[in-house]
Ligand binder design. Sequence first.
Ligand code: FAD
Length: 422
Amino acid sequence: MYDVIIIGAGIAGATFAAKISKYAKTLLIEAQDYRKEIPIRTNVFPEHNRPFIKEEIDWDNKNIFPCLHTKTNYMSDEFNGVIDANEFGIPLGNICHTENIIIELINQFEQQGGTFNSSERISKINRKSDSLEIINDKGESYNTNLLALATGSRGFDLQRSLGFETPDHYTGALIHLFGPEDKINENLEYNYVFHINPKISTNGPFYFNKGKGRIATGFLGKINESKEEILSKLDRILKNYKPIQPFVNSLKYDLSSAVVGEISKHPIKSLSKDRVLVLGEAAGLVTAFFYEGMLPGVASGDIAAKTIKQLLEDDCNFSRLELNKYDQEVKRVLFTYFKNGNALEYLIYNEGSHVKSLWRLYTELLKENKLARKYIYEAYINQDLSTHNTSNDKYVGEKWFGKLPALSKITLSPKFFKALLM
Ligand SMILES: Cc1cc2nc3c(=O)[nH]c(=O)nc-3n(C[C@H](O)[C@H](O)[C@H](O)COP(=O)(O)OP(=O)(O)OC[C@H]3O[C@@H](n4cnc5c(N)ncnc54)[C@H](O)[C@@H]3O)c2cc1C
């Protein structure tokens, strides 16, 4: 009998495992074969993630954080809206080699007595009167007092079987480009490029995350695009799309290594039920515009650990009412910050003919308005996102609206007005 079982060892599950195993007999189960290899990921890891994982991660560990994140380019076909940390102070955060964060968290988990089962898929969960039975696809089973689903966008059947909603999900493609470090730095001066072109996608950006010796790039597909279509489009973009050619010039990639998978957003209403919590992307805890999932992964892992530690001390039995503290805290900590992404998503991720020019004006605004840049910088480095200042976002929104030509002001004012209220 375990106190806690966690299904899924992505950033959310591994964070929770590393924290809760100090206090509880814990089993962490992962479907992929991590003993062989954890798939590489190169992610933007803003400074505002730090409070949730500062005890577990050494910020100077260059395996985990090989490069500081100092420059983001919000890029349109005409303008570079560059947020440069050097203009304002400390770095925006780090670029992380995420597989190495996960290795570190799992090592700590095991050192603290946790059991890690890799290459094991959970296919069924039975509720019993005073526990849960977790069954893998070989028919072996475990019992636990508390279950955490940290299954990302790959465990929706399990989620539904326990009566949880599932978040909206979108198909994206991710590939790594490789080359000598000098060449990568010569090609790309920015650590992160976020580019909108509605012809590529009306659901998300084309992006670049620059790590050490590698760059992750990709985009979200249009709804109903098949895996083959997405991959062939990715290849064509990398070979022919003019605005990004300087970035990819002479770097190598292997299309067969591209990952096509789902990413979810729009949080589900309830993150807990009797004896069960949902963490990270599985709960749709991803910002709606920038698809920021590392922050909610570490935050929900940290909040879950604090909640469960307290409930263990109070000898509680993990009822829905008791676990609701987790829901409340996740919402308190993250949802004010999420509002900004909701508003940007509403304005930009749609089929409207205005999208391209709207994005161009946004990037021009960032280029010419230091206060707008400063407000974005402050959001990157804010150590308490529950205090995120939404009036700063409103300032940017108003200045953006102010740049519209007169006719567009008339047609888009209801949209902007609604976005300002989000
Ligand atoms: C292309 C792309 C780029 C991104 N870039 C960034 C970025 O730069 N910065 C950022 O903040 N966010 C980024 N995100 C989002 C972020 O990476 C994810 O939201 C985050 O990693 C999700 O973490 P998670 O732990 O919730 O889920 P996952 O990382 O998806 O982990 C879930 C784990 O559960 C396992 N699992 C699922 N079902 C089962 C089962 N039945 N049994 C056992 N195991 C199971 C899976 O194998 C998986 O390992 C990006 C996302 C995409 C798609």
